[in-house]
Design a protein around this ligand. Structure first.
Ligand SMILES: C=C1C[C@]23C[C@@]1(O)CC[C@H]2[C@@]12CCC[C@@](C)(C(=O)O1)[C@H]2[C@@H]3C(=O)O
Ligand SMILES: O=C(O)CCC(=O)C(=O)O
Ligand SMILES: [Fe+2]
Length: 353
């Protein structure tokens, strides 16, 4: 049995927040929480005007709620209940599935955890691309790994189709023609697109004002589609400066029949900075044990992502140098939230006409 250090504190039976998980208030209150004024766009993606609405939301917010997304409600419930069953297993058993031998899949802390001195009030389970998820989860026997993997695979397939639809809308919103879309990103060959599912569990927290579920970050892929359980919510996005000059955290509360879609760093690069890779975090609460299931879609591992030529101002050139997803994940492992800036070209001085 792997040893349980104090770093592996059991969050589910906690009566207080231990020092290992207590965040400084400067980390937690770096920006004020927005009042009711700020509303994240809710978009029916089957609407004839969906492309311009989705494009507008990704430029201005980097996030929106999608309705008419086509993911069966029953499948979302199954994902949620399988995730709950997995996280309800004893800690020492979950730890047996920690990723090893180069695989990314299994139980553990997300990579961003390495950048913070304190631990987050959450647990994660990653199902990355084509790793052998059955081999990973069958270590949890007598857990029903077969039906867990079947449900997660069905979720992955449905989410991939949805990501294809969203990507098409985004490309259209950029003014590219249908026939040009094949040249870009995962649409070229959706089956080749790389993807991953991240199950997150945020147990109730006795002192939520001292803890953070998921620290502020941007996602690295093209798009993230997130299902969150009903209840108190926890996801917040950082909205750029308002008239008062300060950025604000805006709650992304659960809404019936909605999935949350957000832009990641590689889509920011692909769109030459037009679509905004949005900073977000998850806070915790006293009452609800929240589960989220994030689906990340990115380019096939070998594909270099650079800015779409039509979107580049030929006088200044592209804003970012092309990178593959694995290369970019490597850069983030070293530089975390400075990664996007590190692949940015220096701005060229434009000659006066
Ligand atoms: C495919 C991936 C995206 C992710 C890194 C990973 O290899 C698997 C975990 C993902 C996740 C989930 C929580 C937030 C995040 C930033 C992290 O640390 O791990 C994302 C990563 C990402 O978007 O780069
Ligand atoms: O659980 C959430 O609301 C956010 C999760 C998240 O940001 C992630 O998995 O990347
Ligand atoms: Fe995220």
């Amino acid at each position: 049995m792997p040893s349980l250090s104090k770093e592996h504190f059991d969050l589910y039976s906690a009566f207080h927040v231990p020092e290992t998980h207590a965040w400084s208030s400067s980390h937690l209150h770096d920006h004020p929480i927005a009042g009711d004024g700020a509303t994240i766009p809710v978009i029916d993606i089957s609407d004839p005007d969906a492309a311009s609405m989705v494009g507008g939301a990704c430029r201005s917010w980097g996030v929106f709620y999608a309705t008419s997304h086509g993911i069966p409600a029953d499948l979302l419930h199954q994902v949620e209940s399988h995730a709950r069953r997995l996280f309800s297993l004893p800690l020492h058993r979950k730890l047996q599935t920690a990723p090893r031998d180069g695989s990314l899949s299994g139980y553990g802390r997300p990579p961003i955890s390495a950048f913070f001195p304190k631990l987050m009030w959450s647990e994660g389970f990653t199902l990355a691309g084509h790793d052998d998820h059955l081999a990973v989860t069958s270590q949890l026997s007598p857990f029903d790994s077969l039906s867990f993997c079947e449900v997660m695979e069905a979720y992955r397939k449905e989410m991939k189709k949805l990501a294809g639809r969203l990507f098409r809308l985004l490309i259209l919103s950029l003014g590219l023609e249908e026939e040009e879309m094949g040249q870009v990103g995962p649409l070229k060959e959706l089956s080749q697109a790389a993807d991953a599912i991240q199950l997150n569990s945020y147990p109730t927290c006795p002192e939520p004002e001292r803890a953070i579920g998921m620290a502020a970050h941007t996602d690295s892929a093209f798009l993230t589609v997130l299902h969150q359980t009903d209840g108190a919510g926890g996801l917040q996005v950082l909205r750029d400066q308002d008239e008062s000059g300060s950025a604000r955290w805006v709650d992304v509360l659960p809404r019936p029949d909605c999935l949350v879609v957000n832009v990641g760093d590689l889509l920011h690069i692909l769109s030459n900075g037009r679509f905004k890779s949005v900073r977000h975090r998850a806070v915790v609460n006293r009452a609800d044990h929240r589960i989220s299931a994030a689906y990340f879609i990115g380019p096939p591992a070998h594909m270099k992502v650079g800015s779409i030529t039509k979107l580049v101002d030929m006088r200044t050139g592209p804003m970012y140098r092309p990178v593959t997803w694995p290369e970019y994940l490597g850069i983030r492992t070293r530089l975390f939230d400075k990664a996007l800036d590190s692949v940015k070209f220096q701005e060229k001085e434009l000659e006066k006409d």
